[in-house]
Design a protein around this ligand. Structure first.
Ligand SMILES: [Zn+2]
Length: 229
């Protein structure tokens, strides 16, 4: 059965390779900026970044790089990345994954919305129907699990992995997805919530810088050291 997710609104991006990929994973991100700025960045060839799908705070879905109809082109969302799934080592996850961005200024300190969790469950269901590898809970990853070594810290502490696994894969054990951002940094980041501007474009500029700071701090602290356990 196909999922019940609504048809996404189309948002164009030049930041992908026009060749189909074999989809083995889904990679979850947060945007660090609001929806309008996210779509602007993904439409800018100079930024060389775009995910396939964006889910706004209200659950509205946007497709920036084709994947929805069953053929996924190669979006530039994961960058340098690697993942060992217990059997195999994967590199350059752009070749193997669909990227989903959740609009959130910083998922280490700001909650995702009910509407986003509902939309995400629908999206995963729909994509798993097209791409059978996604029928395994192990296929669902965060950007931080595959690129924490260079500071990527999304979707972060506030992303409720157990909830998402329970909603999307109720019959499978939930894999561990520990955040790479250390608690001391997360608690420091929480202070930015109090002083952040609350309207664009100031909020976008502010949180984009906080995101860069987060990445630098995570990379300096050893990135995926927790994953190496
Ligand atoms: Zn990311």
């Amino acid at each position: 059965m196909a999922g019940k997710a609504g048809i996404p609104q189309r948002a164009s991006s030049p930041n992908f390779d026009a060749r189909p990929i074999e989809v083995r994973f889904l990679v979850i991100h947060y945007t660090a900026v609001d929806l309008a700025r996210t779509l602007e960045i993904f439409a800018d060839p100079a930024r060389k970044a775009a995910a396939h799908l964006v889910i706004d705070s209200d659950g509205a879905l946007y497709e920036c790089v084709p994947c929805w109809e069953g053929v996924a082109l190669r979006a530039w969302h994961a960058g340098q990345s690697r993942w060992h799934d217990g059997a195999e080592q994967w590199e350059m996850l752009n070749d193997w994954s669909i990227g989903i961005e959740l609009v959130n200024f910083n998922g280490n300190v700001i909650d995702f919305t009910e509407a986003q969790y509902a939309a995400l469950a629908d999206v995963v269901s729909r994509l798993a129907w097209h791409y059978p590898a996604l029928q395994s809970a192990d296929a669902l990853l965060g950007h931080e699990q595959i690129a924490g070594f260079r500071g990527k810290a999304d979707p972060g502490w506030r992303f409720d992995w157990p909830r998402v696994f329970a909603a999307c894969y109720p019959d499978q054990p939930a894999p561990a997805r520990p955040p790479v951002c250390r608690p001391v940094l997360r608690d420091a980041l929480a202070r930015f919530v109090e002083i952040a501007p609350d309207t664009a474009p100031a909020a976008n500029a502010f949180w984009e810088r906080v995101s860069l700071l987060t990445e630098t701090a995570v990379a300096l602290a050893g990135g995926d050291v927790r994953m190496r356990g």
